[in-house]
Design a protein around this ligand. Structure first.
Ligand code: HAM
Length: 424
């Protein structure tokens, strides 16, 4: 796990703030769930790969618990228990750290951060479209360039498997292999499951199909024409894609028929977001209509997305994009003599009241050294308190960039600083 130094921590928090702003704009209310949950809850539908990577331990009360590897299970638990009776739809936002014992490598950490959005209560394609359009809006507001969506539908593969009588556990095994792009292994596994040649050919055909236009859907329809459940899934995907186009999706997408995700709870649309500079996903999500009922609730469908904040931060760095935010002007207050420290604290307080970021010289340095240090740290103004000026209710205000100094009345200090800033 990493230590995040100021620059990285700031970027992480700024991305988080953008996500919170999107949540407010789309009506997603923030919830905070615990970092630790019962192992069984987190492990239930997370998929074999993710399950193996959970931090699991026994607490002092003898309970088998784990650090959360994602938010979705916790939020579904919340819906099944405390929010079951709330009018639908329910839109929820969460952000925080997650834990997976992944092999540390570029963009893959054991502690990482997500901004997570979930919409409960609707089975309609407009709910799926909202999640993708929201994701699009988030990535574009953050300033990422040339990101694109990879889109698929779990119902296409599962539809075929169900009609071929392949049980859920076997299906999950196949999907795990497909998620890792171990196609040959997946096909071998399907063959072993005593299915028809038609099934094998269809899956082989689907793996090959991917493309940017909706004609891809026609190609898929051709391959799966004998599997009505899979056809329903394609029609659902078609409706979602039509809504995305009508709704003004800002960016490109690719439909991949053989696309699978490691998480087992998905039942419909699945998607991931990529930039060309990186081959790992910056975000991912999809529809899961059976998770809430698994946690003791009634059947409440859900669709959601998690944006990987650490990876977004890496992508911004790679693309040379700086996150825009309002930086308060930084000011240092330097007393010439120690006897003026009390006054220095009061001046700094007044500046903060005025919306500036103020600090006092706290190293006991000479003015010259304090000023050169302020230069080094990008401080905009220095307020110097000298005994003579103080007796007259005045202070010296130095503009660090222009190396110019003026004498200002103490109670006009904030106004004068604002005036100098607006002159630039
Ligand atoms: P996920 O695809 O497992 O989905 O994770 C979402 C995002 O979290 C990934 O696209 C990636 O950016 C980031 N991420 C995952 N693992 C790591 C890691 N080890 N290091 C850095 N970043 C990582 C989910 O978690 C689902 N719960 C998303 C969802 C919400 N589906 C429906 N609702």
């Amino acid at each position: 796990m990493r230590d995040l130094l100021p620059e990285e921590a700031l970027r992480l928090r700024l991305i988080e703030e953008k996500a919170r702003e999107i949540a407010r704009l789309y009506g997603y209310e923030e919830v905070i769930t615990p970092l630790i949950e019962y192992y069984e809850l987190l492990a239930a539908k997370i998929g074999e790969e993710n399950r193996k990577r959970m931090y699991v331990f026994e607490d002092l009360g003898g309970r088998k618990v784990a650090l959360r590897p994602e938010f979705t299970a916790s939020i579904a638990r919340l819906i099944a228990t405390k929010m079951r009776m709330k009018p639908k739809p329910i839109r929820l936002f969460s952000t925080g750290s997650l834990y997976r014992y992944d092999e540390p490598q570029f963009g893959r950490y054991r502690e990482f951060w997500q901004a997570n959005f979930e919409l409960f209560g609707s089975e309609m394609p407009e709910a799926d479209a909202e999640i993708i359009l929201l994701t699009d809006d988030l990535f574009s507001k953050i300033g990422l360039k040339n990101y694109c969506f990879k889109i698929g539908h779990v119902g296409i593969l599962r539809g075929i498997f169900e009609e071929e009588g392949i049980g859920e556990e076997k299906q999950n095994g196949i999907m795990q292999l497909m998620d890792k792009k171990e196609w040959d292994e997946a096909l071998r596994f399907i063959k072993q499951s005593a299915t028809s040649q038609k099934c094998l050919d269809s899956i082989r055909g689907l793996i090959e199909i991917s493309g940017r236009s909706t004609s891809v859907l026609d190609e898929i329809r051709e391959v799966i024409e004998d599997y009505p459940r899979a056809i329903n899934a394609v029609e659902n995907l078609n409706e979602i894609i039509s809504l995305l186009k009508a709704g003004g999706l800002n960016t490109d997408f690719t439909v991949e028929a053989g696309f699978a995700r490691g998480l087992e709870y998905y039942t419909g649309l699945i998607f991931e977001v990529y930039v060309s500079e990186m081959d790992i996903a910056l975000g991912g999500g999809g529809r899961y209509d059976k998770l809430v009922e698994l946690f003791g609730g009634e059947r409440i469908p859900g669709v959601g997305m998690a944006a990987g904040i650490d990876r977004i931060s890496l992508a911004l760095e790679k693309q040379g994009v700086e996150l825009q935010y309002e930086k308060p002007e930084r000011i240092i207050v330097i007393p010439i003599e120690r006897s003026m420290l009390g006054e220095a604290f009061r001046v700094a307080s007044a500046l903060r009241e005025g919306g500036f970021s103020a600090e006092i010289e706290s190293m006991g340095r000479s003015i010259a050294r304090a000023l050169s240090d302020a230069d080094r740290r990008g401080i905009s103004f220095a307020v110097i308190l000298g005994p003579k000026e103080m007796r007259e209710g005045m202070v010296a205000l130095r503009c660090m960039a222009k190396r110019k100094q003026v004498t200002v009345k103490m109670d006009e200090l904030s106004d004068k600083i604002r005036e100098l800033i607006s002159e630039d």
